[in-house]
Design a protein around this ligand. Structure first.
Ligand code: APR
Length: 295
């Protein structure tokens, strides 16, 4: 795959993953339902149910929406961070070069907030998926580390990790889980300034991680797109890549995202309700009982 495109939310940004044309959403008449922990039964197709077997290769692609129920603000939803703050002031290399204190104050605020909260039922369900499916990985845009804390191990972090710090002088990278750093901007042992280990707008995604994510997406049989508005390139292209390579694509979101047209099935609702219901159905598959009888 030609050079890794940089992060952009600019719709005019050249799309190089040759996304196929808009596909029709396929509705299947046979629905199963699960009532586990949610107000309304979660209905999903027997096609999806039939794929909930250990041998299915699965990718779960996540965005800020999966962490919303834990109390982590999303970016573009209601009370989203980009409604209150400007990207140009806080999430670009230029902003950091010109105002490192301001950028660190903001990341420190987010670190402190995330340190006080826990993974929710949605994260825990994704951890259950990893234990169930023999070939599985999480591809996440989130930097909050909640998938790790929920127990996932096979995680590809497209946009870095807020708990990582990097030295802008010597290139040192290390994890630092202190909720509040002693001094801001923090300094490296070499004296250089440390920056948050995240990918900012205009920066390139980690090449190896992105290529692994694309390979996993191209070879999976079931692709879940959970809690993302699918507006930030190149991550936003992954649902289309999955569909183009024959995966069954399922979107889980409280509203249809920009990539909903790539989904064979859209499950509208909270990730913390829908994913546990799917996880319950996994067990059904394991225990050989007919899906839906868990109700
Ligand atoms: N369950 C499921 N989906 C939810 C929930 C929930 N409880 N709450 C919100 N959502 C959905 C919203 O409808 C929206 O589609 O989550 C999505 C969040 O979208 P964004 O805020 O745009 O976050 P994301 O898609 O992860 O952003 C991508 O943009 O700002 C950059 O680098 C940042 O990784 C981030 C990237």
């Amino acid at each position: 795959m030609a050079g890794i495109p940089s992060v952009s939310s600019d719709p005019g940004h050249p799309r190089c993953l040759d996304k196929p044309s808009i596909a029709l959403l396929v509705l299947n008449p046979f629905w199963s339902a699960n009532l586990v922990g949610c107000a309304m039964p979660v209905q999903f197709s027997s096609k999806l149910q039939s794929l909930l077997i250990p041998s299915t290769r699965v990718v779960v692609f996540t965005g800020a929406g999966i962490s919303a129920e834990s109390g982590v603000p999303t970016f573009r939803g209601q009370n989203g961070l980009w409604k209150e703050f400007r990207v140009e002031d806080l999430a670009t290399p230029q902003a950091f070069a010109e105002h490192p204190q301001r950028v660190w104050d903001w990341y420190s605020w987010r670190r402190e907030l995330i340190s006080r909260i826990a993974p929710n039922l949605g994260h825990l369900a994704v951890a259950k998926f990893e234990r169930f499916f023999s070939d599985f990985c999480v591809v996440t845009q989130n930097v909050d580390g909640l998938h790790n804390r929920a127990g996932n191990e096979r995680i590809l972090k497209l946009h870095g990790d807020i708990w990582e710090v990097r030295c802008v002088s010597c290139g040192l990278r290390r994890m630092d889980f202190q909720p509040v750093l002693l001094s801001l901007p923090p300094r490296c042992e070499c004296g250089g300034m440390l920056r948050p280990g995240v990918v900012w707008f205009g920066e390139t995604l980690p090449v190896d991680v992105f290529e692994q994510a694309v390979r996993a997406t191209q070879s999976c049989g079931l692709f879940f797109s959970v809690g993302t508005s699918a507006q930030v390139f190149p991550a936003s292209e992954l649902p289309g890549v999955a569909r183009q390579h024959g995966a069954y694509v399922v979107e889980v979101n409280i509203e249809r995202s920009a990539a909903a047209s790539e989904a064979h099935e859209v499950l509208l609702g909270k990730a913390g309700e829908i994913l546990p219901a799917l996880a319950e159905s996994l067990q059904g598959a394991m225990s050989g009982s007919t899906p839906g009888n868990n109700v």
